[in-house]
Design a protein around this ligand. Sequence first.
Ligand code: BJW
Length: 246
Amino acid sequence: MTEAQQRQAQHYLTQAKRVVVFTGAGISAESGVPTFRGQDATWKGMPAAIASSIGLLEQDLTTAWEWFDYRRTRLKAAAPNAAHIAIAQAEKHFAEFLVVTQNVDGLHQKAGSTRVVELHGNLWRGRGLRTGKQYDLPDAPLPTLPPRGEGDEPLRPDVVLFGEMLPAGAFETAEIAATRCDVCLVIGTSGVVYPAALIPFAARDAGAAVIEVNPEATDLTPHVTLSLRGQAGDIVPRLLAAVSGA
Ligand code: BJW
């Protein structure tokens, strides 16, 4: 990020009344959480895309749970980083502020964000295979896999896999906020997964400034107002310091 880009992004943010922060796995990378499409995105030799597939879940729920519980156990030790914290601290400075995350790690809430829409669910919950009832599962590792709910109903992880619908209302809430916002900050996502990746487009098409923060160019880069190269934990606090007066 150049000085001029930083000034431009800070200008957009200090003028904004309504902000949407759209995040992906990259925002948690500096908390030690592997990204979805990064080099270390394998488990027992299996690409993350296979381990997190509906196919594995339907064929072998226990193995699917082993993968998710392995991630939950690693996540337990993970702390929000400077980017999560700066976002949590920024929410009170805007009339409207919404974090729209694709992440299932819960780190935005752990940092103190209260206005969060989770498009792809949350690893810290299970969902009844039959009833769809949600259960908080704060312990990791879990004592038995698969975990069970009332009436001994087996639970699945309460996350959204490819081919599955997003949680009722989640995308709609995010899309409405995107069409109302002045600035959409897009942090740490490759922008290849839909319908989530439509959020920055909805913001742009409604006239918002869309600011991307990512060490790499992505599918979204050609479509954003400003693309800032670098790590979220470095750039995001610098941008948001301008609105909090820090
Ligand atoms: C840093 C950094 C640092 C590194 N700082 N940055 C339209 C066209 C074609 C296909 C479709 C379409 N619409 C829907 C589809 C199908 C499909 C889809 O999108 N496919 C595409 C891949 C082609 N979508 C779906 O199936 C969705 N459901 C749906 O559409 O329902 C309707 C429907 C139902 C039935 C039939 C048809 C339609 C559901 C999508 C669910 C996604 N689930 C996952 C797994 C969650 C559970 C788990 O965690 O295991 O969600 S997949 C995975 O990708 C995960 C993520 O949330 C998601 C996005 O990934 P993300 O966050 O962008 O991570 P990465 O790794 O890709 O990128 C990290 C980035 O960070 C990189 O850019 C790095 O450079 C950067 N980075 N360090 C800042 N320090």
